[in-house]
Design a protein around this ligand. Structure first.
Ligand code: AQP
Length: 337
């Protein structure tokens, strides 16, 4: 591992508007890793992943630009980080094909995201949805990324990325690909639905009340938090008291992540209080943190040509790293170039 440049890669699908889950579980941490300055940072809108389920073409275009605006509004600096759109760097799909031939069907069938998303109708799911984790491995390994910040839901895909790298290295008698480390940390690695504490907050949940969108108005945010499912008990003195109260725990985690505090500190602060007091405090905090981002996103979206220029420049920079890694991979596999 030590021979590899410390490099972070992560991506988000432009499959809908960004949620507070994406922001706290991914985007905010991407910004922290960029600003820490300890790694090169590469961030991507993974549009090729998005089309593994149906996307209306006009919506996909709009969501991709809006996601780019979301990255920048959240603090990703396109000069410090490489920011681009996956389909503009063909090397992702090219390495993805090689990894389709390395990964095993049995590995893919065990992926819980495949089982959840394909559901009972797996015969009718796209081949791309089944192969998603091999393309994700390619997204990461085409940059020899050493670290990948993600939410808890992506842990299994990261393990598969490591399996693919190890199998490739073993099959071809090389140590060409790094064994990437997932970075899953902070209070909000799994932000849950506001309506059901057992389901993760997701941009494709049919209920808009289940999530906070980055584009929500202050009134929307306050309303959604006010109506969030909770229980009639007051908040306990310690986190242990929330073990069987997933909805309450979720709101505490959201508060902690937004305010850069530990969940223990939040519980200590609100101990003994009812949700009638805690929810308005959370709503005020969420509005204070999210409104500047949504305002900046709206401003950036007025100049789409500028967003496209940023993405094109990001893709050019990404390709400079990716192209030689793809060439070397083809060489190792035995392809005549
Ligand atoms: N609820 C969440 N809590 C914490 N992190 C989350 N992430 C997503 N939801 C949560 C993290 O956001 C990053 C980008 O995710 P994605 O857009 O690639 O896909 P996803 O994980 O499938 O997110 P969604 O919102 O559920 O999208 P849809 O509905 O389209 O499937 C990842 O790092 C993820 O962990």
């Amino acid at each position: 591992m030590s021979d590899f440049t410390p490099r972070v890669f992560s991506g988000i699908q432009p499959s809908g508007g960004l949620t507070l889950g994406n922001y706290l579980g991914a985007m905010k941490r991407f910004v922290d890793m960029q600003n820490a300055g300890t790694h090169e940072t590469i961030y991507c809108m993974v549009d090729q992943h998005a089309i593994t389920v149906w996307q209306n073409p006009e919506d996909l275009r709009k969501n991709t630009r809006e996601l780019a605006a979301g990255f920048i509004a959240s603090g990703i600096d396109p000069e410090k980080s490489i920011l681009f759109n996956q389909s503009q760097v063909a090397e992702h799909a090219q390495l993805g094909w090689v990894f389709n031939c390395v990964a095993r069907m049995g590995w893919m069938k065990r992926m819980t995201q495949w089982k959840d998303k394909a559901g009972k109708n797996s015969e009718n799911a796209s081949l791309g949805l089944f192969g998603y984790p091999a393309l994700m491995a390619a997204d990461i390994l085409i940059y020899h990324a050493t670290h990948v910040p993600v939410g808890e839901d992506q842990k299994q895909h990261l393990e598969l990325t490591r399996d693919i790298a190890m199998k490739f290295n073993n099959d071809f008698g090389t140590d060409f690909f790094p064994i990437t480390e997932p970075v899953i940390e902070g209070a909000a690695t799994r932000v849950m639905s506001l309506r059901d504490g057992s389901k993760k907050m997701s941009k494709s949940d049919p209920s808009d009340m289940s999530r906070i969108n980055l584009t929500d108005t202050a009134d929307d945010i306050a309303k959604k938090i006010r109506k969030a499912k909770t229980d009639p008990e007051p908040l306990p003195d310690t986190l242990d008291g929330l073990a069987d109260r997933p909805e309450a725990r979720n709101l505490i985690n959201i508060y902690a992540a937004l305010n850069d505090q530990s969940p223990d500190a939040v519980v200590a602060e609100f101990a003994g209080q009812q949700f009638g007091a805690f929810k308005p405090a959370l709503a005020d905090l969420a509005v204070a943190k999210m409104s500047p981002i949504s305002g900046e996103m709206a401003r950036l979206m007025q100049d789409q040509a500028e967003i496209d220029r940023i993405l094109k420049r990001g893709a050019d920079r990404a390709r400079e790293i990716a192209a030689p890694i793809l060439e070397k991979t083809y060489d190792l596999v035995g392809m005549v170039r």
